[in-house]
Design a protein around this ligand. Sequence first.
Ligand code: PMP
Length: 426
Amino acid sequence: MSENAELSAEVNPCDANSAVTRGFDVARVRADFPILAQQVNGNPLVYLDNAATTQKPNAVIDAISNYYRFDNSNVHRGAHALSDRATEKFEGARDTLARFINSPRREQIIWTRGTTEAINLVAFSWGRVNLKSGDTILVSSLEHHSNIVPWQMVAAEVGAKVVPIPISTQGEIDMVALANMLDESVKIVSVGHVSNALGTVNPVADIVRLAHGVGAKVLVDGAQAIAHFEVDVQSLDCDFYVFSGHKVFGPTGIGVLWGRESLLNEMPPWQGGGEMIETVSFSGTTYNVLPYKFEAGTPDIAGAIGLAAAVDYLTGLDRVALAAHEADLLSYAYASAKNCAGLTRVGEAANIAGVFSFLLNGAHPSDVGTLLDHQGVAVRTGHHCAQPLMANLGISGTVRASFSIYNTREDVDRLFAALEKVKQFL
Ligand code: PMP
């Protein structure tokens, strides 16, 4: 590198190649993720499907492997050393997750299989007791199916209705419409923190304030937010916050339901079995305290330990620098998109995290995805489990490139170079 190049790297804080100068070394982060160093279809892998699932650092792979190698045992059974160690690590993971989202108490962290199961838990446990005929459940028009279908199911049972909050053509929640829709019939507002299809960052603290004004509860689906910025459930003041471990560098099969303690205490158990009981007899069964009341059966012990390792890994990095790095990748991608003939962006909200959704020359997104994969570029195509959103936008799907902490400007360049080749086939 010439002296001048070094100098210009230093003075350009938006250049991802100069990330080292901002105290963030993307090459070092990439080295922590062994899966990235591989060829796909004869090309170095460019992984841009992070909204579907993130890759796992060595710290997570090692934590899971070491658990099975040295500590594997069932938890809370305390009869021997291995069980004690497994319990300590499993409950320690709960402490880590409580700190991660600033939960007032560790008992408010309920392990679930992921975002989907957490929303189902709230819909069926809280919903069956608190919703009745004539009540309204508001969800935004941006939602993932996981934040629509459980509500439709419980609504059908109790005679409530699920009503979508409209969005603008840019893909932002229409806050004026929301304010007008909020009345005493609304019992819960369930919204994503970040849209998985468009990347829109929703103003959830404002939504909470408005909803609480009419006495409605608020569930925030944090699946797409949790890896991109710090989440503080106390400052959001929401009633439930849910996310999946695999979207934040942890394993699949584990996730978190965080809930306001008073609500969790009032809610009945959702599934019955071992762990969630206090005493069982044929004359009546009593239930365990939080969080165990909602954790029937042997939990995903390795998953919880792996997720805590992921959180420790992430919080060990400079999160301000990470956010700046991701913002740089997005603005670089959007700037490159302007020079890509035939490309139309889908979703142009003022505040976007991680996602670049687009269409190319009217081509079917899945054809674009296949042709990108042939060049080693992994993206997601289709409706992104958001069919109502796609219907709202009048399209069947998009091509979605989604970014994470280990992506680089070179990845963006590879995406656009690959798109030029794709065009030759269309
Ligand atoms: N909500 C959003 C916004 C998502 O992006 C996803 C996953 N794509 C989910 C919910 C469902 O997450 P999971 O499949 O991990 O339960």
